[in-house]
Ligand binder design. Structure first.
Ligand code: TGC
Ligand code: FAD
Length: 392
């Protein structure tokens, strides 16, 4: 049976947080403990996204949590990160849902939108009454979104959109899609558009048969002559830099999320190893090889916490660079995946069963390693920064 989470703090990490940060973390932890942990294994088994949590998440202030005004909670980046950590300790798919709504849909409206667009969408999105998805990836263009084929053409007071997007989180449950397209009349400049998903010519179909993020909706989007008012253009967007700026926000949250998933796996393995007895009726925690795994996990989690906290402090100070965020996303998701594999090993056969959260985290983290820039793309972003040479 799953254990009650005891928290993970080896080096008095909590002393690096202020009272507000600890309060946000503790409130989110309790909420997830009470409302997500009891249902998540069944959701994962059923391949069901728990829609019943959409509105309560809004009441908790999770959506657009680090944005100011428009009904958003106005949290610091560190507080926002701690929310992401606790959500992903529950499940990566649930953190993903909140990340997409916040970092990939509310943020571009906030950053690139008009005041009218902000007033129209952000308060409803903060409450969970309007859901968003983010369409950048296409069937033929994942790591290389600059090659996208989706086109927007200005015709009178409208834009006409044609193209396909693939692997889109929340695609079929979203009310609006932030679609990135090349504008034909502007030398194929990439720009962002708010597309209401009930427009004629817009369709979404779900990806089935996923072994990962089973509690999250993943969809393909097709747009055939979808007409939107010209006022749906995000006017301050322009160039590939704009969607990449959104990715920075999401990747930052994911880096905290990795700590959460790793904490869940480590804590489960630690508690299990003290109870499970093998050879001379001794707990397996007494064996050196098991201790080596636990020591590795707690060391790497601690390093991951320090890394993402420093990146969060830089972000709050307005000094963060995209390559700082790449290092945190790359390291922390690798670390979390390794923790999941090691923790699964510590539980032996029980590790593969969904009585425990480990295998679910492991499968989820395989997606997290790939999306928002694969592990290797982040390696190349760091490599580019230190050498000054792009190797993409
Ligand atoms: P490149 O020529 O390097 O860059 C184009 C312009 O953008 C600037 N830039 C950035 N700006 C802000 N933030 C960043 N992270 C930036 N990276 C680059 C760059 O300075 C340049 O500016 P300018 O002014 O000179 O025009 O572009 P490239 O085509 O060579 O590609 C670079 C590369 C490979 C790093 C980029 O394309 C990339 O990051 N690829 C990965 C794609 C990706 O991460 N997709 C994610 C899709 S969304 C998703 O997965 C959601 S999952 C659900 C969830 O979040 O939970
Ligand atoms: P590819 O780009 O084909 O890469 C395949 C392999 O080749 C990887 O190992 C990669 O690292 C490697 N590779 C590629 N180029 C290079 C290079 N230059 N050098 C070295 N190695 C390279 N996208 C969205 O727009 N919105 C979403 O909401 C969204 N949600 C997602 C949800 C899930 C569950 C998943 C799995 C994906 C989601 N994505 C989303 C898409 C995701 O961002 C892409 O899958 C990701 O960017 C990688 O693209 P790809 O899958 O096409 O892999």
């Amino acid at each position: 049976m799953a254990f009650k989470f005891k928290g993970v703090d080896f080096i008095e990490f909590d002393s690096l947080l202020n009272d507000d940060e600890r309060l946000v973390r503790d409130n989110t932890r309790q909420y997830i403990e009470d409302n997500l942990i009891p249902i998540i294994e069944q959701c994962n088994r059923d391949g069901r996204f728990p829609k019943e949590l959409i509105k309560p998440f809004g009441e908790m202030g999770f959506y657009g949590a680090s944005l100011k005004g428009y009904g958003c909670a106005g949290m610091s980046n560190v507080e926002y990160g701690l929310v992401m950590q606790e959500l992903e300790r529950g499940d990566s798919g649930i953190r993903s849902f909140v990340s997409v709504q916040s970092a990939l849909c509310m943020y571009p409206i906030y950053e690139f939108g008009t005041e009218e667009q902000k007033q129209k969408y952000l308060p409803g999105m903060a409450k969970g009454e309007i859901l968003g998805c983010f369409g950048l990836t296409e069937p033929q263009f994942g790591s290389n979104p600059g090659g996208m084929l989706t086109k927007a053409k200005k015709v009178g007071n409208e834009y006409v959109l044609n193209g396909e997007k693939m692997w889109i989180t929340s695609g079929s449950i979203a009310n609006i899609a932030i679609i990135w397209a090349k504008v034909e009349d502007e030398d194929n400049k990439v720009r962002g558009f708010i597309v209401e998903t009930d427009r004629p010519g817009f369709s979404a179909f779900d990806v089935h048969g996923k072994w990962s993020l089973r509690a999250s909706v993943t969809s393909g989007l097709a747009m055939q002559d979808v007409k939107i008012p010209a006022s749906n253009l995000l006017p301050k967007s322009g160039g590939l830099k704009s969607p990449l700026m959104c990715l920075n926000q999401a990747r930052y949250g994911i880096a905290w999320g990795g700590v959460g998933a790793a904490m869940s796996c480590y804590d489960t393995a630690l508690q299990y190893s003290k109870e499970r007895k093998q050879f001379r009726n001794q707990p397996i925690a007494s064996h050196q090889l098991v201790q080596e795994k636990l020591a590795w996990m707690i060391s790497e989690i601690t390093k991951g916490q320090l890394l993402v906290l420093q990146v969060g402090r830089l972000k709050d100070a307005g000094k963060v660079q995209h390559y700082h965020i790449s290092m945190a996303k790359r390291n922390n998701i690798w670390m979390a995946l390794e923790c999941a594999r090691m923790a699964r090993d510590v539980l032996g056969a029980n590790g593969i069963a969904d009585d425990y959260p480990i295998m679910r985290h492991m499968m989820n983290l395989e997606s997290v390693k790939t999306y928002e820039g694969t592990h290797d793309i982040h390696t190349l972003i760091i490599g580019s920064q230190v050498t000054g040479i792009d190797a993409f």
